[in-house]
Ligand binder design. Sequence first.
Ligand SMILES: Cc1cc2nc3c(=O)[nH]c(=O)nc-3n(C[C@H](O)[C@H](O)[C@H](O)COP(=O)(O)OP(=O)(O)OC[C@H]3O[C@@H](n4cnc5c(N)ncnc54)[C@H](O)[C@@H]3O)c2cc1C
Length: 438
Amino acid sequence: MYTALRLQRKLKQELKRGEVEIVVVTPDPYMTYQPFLPEAAAGSISPRHVVVPLRRVLDRCRVVIGEARSINHAKRTAEVATLATEEEGTGPDQIGYDELVLAPGSVSRTLPIPGLAEFAIGFKTVEEAIGLRNHVIEQMDIASSTRDPAIRDAALTFVFVGGGYAGVEALGELEDMARYATRYYHNVKADDMKWILVEASNRILPEVGEAMGKYTVTQLRRRNIDVRLETRLDSCTDRVAVLDDGARFPTRTVVWTAGVKPHPVLAATDLPLNERGRLKCTPQLALDGATHAWAAGDAAAVPDVTTAEPGRETAPNAQHAVRQAKVLGDNIAHSLRGEPLETYSHKYVGSVASLGLHKGVAHVYGRKLKGYPAWFMHRVYHLSRVPTVNRKARVLAEWILSGLFKREIVSLGSLEHPRAEFELAAGGKPPRDPKGSS
Ligand SMILES: Cc1cc2nc3c(=O)[nH]c(=O)nc-3n(C[C@H](O)[C@H](O)[C@H](O)COP(=O)(O)OP(=O)(O)OC[C@H]3O[C@@H](n4cnc5c(N)ncnc54)[C@H](O)[C@@H]3O)c2cc1C
């Protein structure tokens, strides 16, 4: 979105004269601002406001809702499956191009752990964040209404695997929300819930540095969260999470946030990849070994020119992705005009993470912050980064309103089954069995 946005500004005259066309292929008609997903899961921001509608922002581009299945760069064509091609069964459309920008991001890096694919959920999309929020509240409802202690225990046990941004922030925000929600349950107390964070290495949140990572572990443990370092998930079949330290947790919730890998579509191209499957780039964000092809973000292996360390690449995070996208847009315009290209150079400034309402941790520009100041900084930083004035205003308004009123603890899980009521009325399927919900 940022590259296309930059290009439509830089190539305004060429677009007007019809010399240029910018085509954006995207499976969803919106861009997701992922750093806000944990707050969306906690109910502090509504799901619509963590996404930016592409058709409105990219008003001079052609937006195609579809998914690139493969790219033949030698022939300058992309095979794109759209809703229409799927429905008609005609096979993917062929879209020809002169310049290619490939930025499909990353997908969850999973391992062949028994039960993982069937049972766990990731935390990368707005659907997953909202689904998880509804699920957690639904589990509290199940625990509140069942007479079976085993069902109650499993419903109130939440296992998160992976202690990076996504895992720690998602757990921190959801635990905080659920703890708050217990005040509205007559028979579910905060201490009845088990929140478990499983991390294979000996530290969490490497993005905020070692000292702040240790502080985060202490803070989470103080909240009664069971942080298990140097521990792995062995299996999660039959709704039991088994860890390699021998612990077994009957649970209905396993959230997998143990890292990312490059998007699989990269392997369906004839473009140069590095040994980890990311697109090999020059510091100017062109592909190293292919002409008229460019990349940015999590999918791109971009040399980090701010360090003398040989072979060092920029990390896959939003801080780089957004900045790279702007340089990339500029460089395409430069290359079309025969001008020299810019080099992408950004020194990682550190990170901020939220651990729940008024709780956070930060390590930015060498300064370490904890608790409320870090949380406040997290909000200010991300408000400044979320795209469009429209979204900034809406998010800010929501934060102000949620400061004035009580937190939202409603679950709208039934939105995921909009026909259930009608099917029942029409004499079709019986309503959902709450025990069967996952
Ligand atoms: C919960 C969470 C919290 C995070 N918090 C932070 C943070 O605080 N700070 C930070 O710096 N980073 C954070 N990150 C990481 C950051 O969000 C990513 O690094 C960043 O989004 C990468 O940008 P990208 O454009 O490369 O990929 P994405 O943002 O993933 O965008 C890729 C887009 O390509 C689309 N796509 C995929 N495949 C295809 C295809 N075949 N055809 C067409 N389109 C396709 C996808 O649908 C998606 O819209 C967080 C990530 C998560 C999940």
